[in-house]
Design a protein around this ligand. Structure first.
Ligand code: ADE
Ligand code: ZN
Length: 336
């Protein structure tokens, strides 16, 4: 294998599982708190980082929603997204499909348009200045009701032409995908693509529901699918892309050690897996670090890494024509 770090950095990659609010670095959190006169429950950046010790998803979500309280203006959302795009570009990310949680912001009185306009202006700037293309996915918070999700979809109506899809995130256990059957059907009718967090902490039954009830185009995480052989067969037959997030899984205690991460097993079973960062400011690394640490911990081969890079584009919502140049660049690297 060529030098691993250089090889990974040079591989064209798409990131398909990134919560933009989860890219809020403590330094920017403090800067925005000052700019917006928002009180933070932390005295310093070091204190914030010290608080990032989680024993499960809910531990993390509590602190993540608290951090998002500093985001108030269109400029805040623009700055947040640009900071992410700069880091992603440095890691060889050529395309990103980013999640945002509008309900986290509208509940605090921040209008949907402020959030969406700030993110969309950063996406345009990232394409022009960094050559990174992107798409925007609106996530519903699954701990809230389906009626609240339907109201959020209505609020998004003026932006439907600039949204790529909808997703489902937040506390998984106790909030199965089927709870959101109507809003996902409504989103599909409006031409949106569908994704859903499933099988991160929740059981294989939630992955089945995401497939059979919501009819999703992609599964976010999906780790616990491995507990159900018939489900693995179904995912392989569908060619369903799973957006796996190794450092997130480690930080949220979905796995005890990266060397025990199921990603290599998933690849060997023929599942279409990708490597993503989830909430990089909270989990200790952006996409490049996720690739590098996972490759080392699981002794991934060059062929594995090439497959992961290809999967990130074939599993994206780019059209085949848009994905083709990226796939050709990966093939050219493979042939070297
Ligand atoms: N929101 C942000 N990150 C999340 C994750 N990993 N799972 C569920 N909801 C989230
Ligand atoms: Zn996630």
């Amino acid at each position: 294998m060529r030098d691993l770090e250089t090889f990974i950095a040079g591989l064209p990659k798409a990131e398909l599982h990134l919560h933009i609010e989860g890219s809020l670095e403590p330094e920017l959190m403090f800067e925005l708190a000052r700019r917006n006169n928002v009180a933070l429950p932390f005295g310093s950046v070091d204190e914030v980082r010290a608080a990032y010790a989680f024993s499960n998803l809910q531990d993390f979500l509590d602190i993540y929603y608290q951090g998002a309280a500093v985001l108030l203006t269109q400029q805040d959302f623009h700055d947040l997204a640009m900071a992410y795009f700069r880091r992603a570009a440095a890691d060889g990310v050529r395309h990103a499909e980013i999640f945002f949680d509008p309900q986290t912001h509208t509940a605090r009185g921040v209008p949907f348009a402020v959030v969406a306009d700030g993110l969309l202006s950063a996406m345009a700037e990232a394409e022009a200045d960094l050559g990174v293309t992107s798409k925007l996915i609106l996530c519903f918070l699954r701990h809230l009701s389906e009626d609240e999700a339907l109201a959020t979809l209505d609020e998004a109506t003026p932006y439907l032409d600039r949204l790529c899809g909808v997703g489902l995130d937040s506390s998984e256990i106790g909030h199965p995908p089927a709870k959101f059957a109507r809003v996902f059907a409504a989103a599909r009718e409006r031409g949106l693509r569908l994704v859903c967090h499933a099988g991160e902490e929740g059981p294989p039954a939630y992955v089945w529901e995401a497939l059979d009830v919501l009819a999703v185009d992609r599964i976010d995480h999906g780790n616990r699918s491995l507990e159900d052989e018939a489900l693995v067969r179904r995912l392989v037959d569908l060619g369903m892309t799973l957006t796996v997030c190794p450092l997130s899984n480690l930080k949220l205690c979905v796995v005890n050690d990266l060397s025990a991460h199921p990603l290599k097993r998933m690849l060997d079973l023929g599942l279409t897996v990708t490597i993503n960062s989830d909430d990089p400011a909270y989990f200790g690394g952006y996409v490049g670090e996720n690739w590098l640490q996972t490759a080392r911990a699981l002794s991934l081969t060059e062929a594995d890494l090439l497959t992961l890079a290809r999967n990130s584009f074939t599993g994206s919502f780019l059209s085949p024509d848009e994905a083709a140049p990226h796939l050709a660049a990966i093939d050219a690297l493979a042939a070297k």
